[in-house]
Design a protein around this ligand. Structure first.
Ligand SMILES: [Zn+2]
Ligand SMILES: [Zn+2]
Length: 92
């Protein structure tokens, strides 16, 4: 199984619509890809000698163990942003 390790970073603010801190942007960074190896059940395209990995043709739950992808979240970090628009303009 191919594993994508990701870091999640959220920007959190308060705004007039919601005074409680809430995330308004989320960034995901892929920090590591752990490949599983070649496709175990390659598919021959009809009428050709060409074979493709099953991940190119099949839905996720039908793919072989090597093609299937899982995402592992390593860390989640949060940054608070300023509350008011006036503050943001002054900072820019
Ligand atoms: Zn908001
Ligand atoms: Zn496969």
């Amino acid at each position: 199984m191919t594993v994508y390790v990701v870091d999640v970073h959220q920007l959190v603010h308060t705004c007039p619509a919601d005074r409680r801190p809430h995330p308004f942007a989320t960034y995901r960074t892929v920090v590591e890809v752990i490949p599983a190896g070649p496709c175990l059940t390659p598919i021959t395209l009809p009428g050709t000698d060409t074979t493709v990995d099953c991940k190119a043709r099949r839905h996720h739950h039908e793919q072989c163990d090597n093609c299937r992808i899982t995402v592992q979240v390593r860390t989640v970090t949060t940054t608070r942003r300023g509350a008011s628009r006036a503050t943001a303009r002054r900072a820019a």
